[in-house]
Design a protein around this ligand. Sequence first.
Ligand code: PLP
Length: 397
Amino acid sequence: MKNNMDSTSKTVYLDHAATTFTDTEVLEKMLPYFTEKFANPSSPYNIAHVSRDAIDRARKQVADAINAEINEIYFTSGGTESDNWAIKGVAFANRKKSNHIITSAIEHHAVLHTCQWLEKQGFEVTYLPVDKFGQVRIEDVKKAIREDTILISVMLANNEIGTIQPISEIGRIAREKGIYFHTDAVQGIGQIPLDVEGLNVDLLSLSSHKFYGPKGVGALYIKKGTRIDSYSHGGAQEKKKRAGTENVPGIVGLGAAIEQATSQLEEHATHMKNLRTRLLEGLLQIPATHLAGHPEKRLPNNANVIFEYIEGESILLMLNSFSIAASTGSACTSASLEPSHVLIACGFPHEIAHGSLRLTLGKENTEEDVDYLLQTLEPIIKRLRAMSPMTPKELRE
Ligand code: PLP
């Protein structure tokens, strides 16, 4: 498989949930749209039609990948914008009728902070709890629904722990009650098959840089008939719903990447699962280590483990000194070290949640990468535990 990673670089990149490189074939398709095919798609001359046609082609590629209709796909600047638009757009367009939104406690901040902002505008939001694997319970969804519920927004798969939600069932309930249903599928595209019909969703967010496309471009699926406000006002682009000159090279890249990701889905998932099994077998042999997320219903490329008595941040720094790029749930801000809201919602105590390590595999990873990580990590964990005052005696030896 082609990739653009510098072959001389020794970095073992295990952070694909954060972003992926842009695939070489995808990049090649984008390049002409920066130079000779540069025209504004809204202009009236022939070369502008080239840009317009490229956007139309990409819209079809996205629609085909998720079983939608072409006119149900709107291009955005990425997952954050798609989430903001879906939630605010539906909330304000239906405000006269209803005022209540349901989401989950483990959403990405693009959803959580949007909902918190809407609360300041007078909307009411219910944040659904999750079980210890990070799954929303259908019973809780049913209980949360009110007469004035406008929208339910539950992510397809979590970016930290990889847990996949029962989207199709939630969607069925929402549809029976006449409530709009949005899913943030940013982490799901290219990992698991997606079909907006089967999922019973009215809105679905996706972002190109999570599946080997360029950054700064995404899409929102809006089922036809959905009442939603425009995201931006200005020109007539995106059927007047999202004004602004289109990011043509980005859109071309998104289209090419989603087509490639969908055609390679099975092969990719098998590769990811094989590597992940090897990875988890090694990781879980380390004492006082826990798997976070669902043991089966999880994205094939996600391994999230928690090491007791140590901090994820310290693990990352040490891995970095061995040229391994990974991630942790803890976000070190200037004033405080906050544990992940996802791990806390799953019921991990604060002191344990701090020790999380998220490893997300990608198509360029090999068994050698996994073995290198395992060989490097074990002594790091031992060393950090030896330094930690929390570590019990038996784990210090
Ligand atoms: N939603 C989820 C689940 C994500 O993982 C991310 C990015 O990490 C986003 C939304 C935001 O996407 P973008 O970076 O394209 O704005």
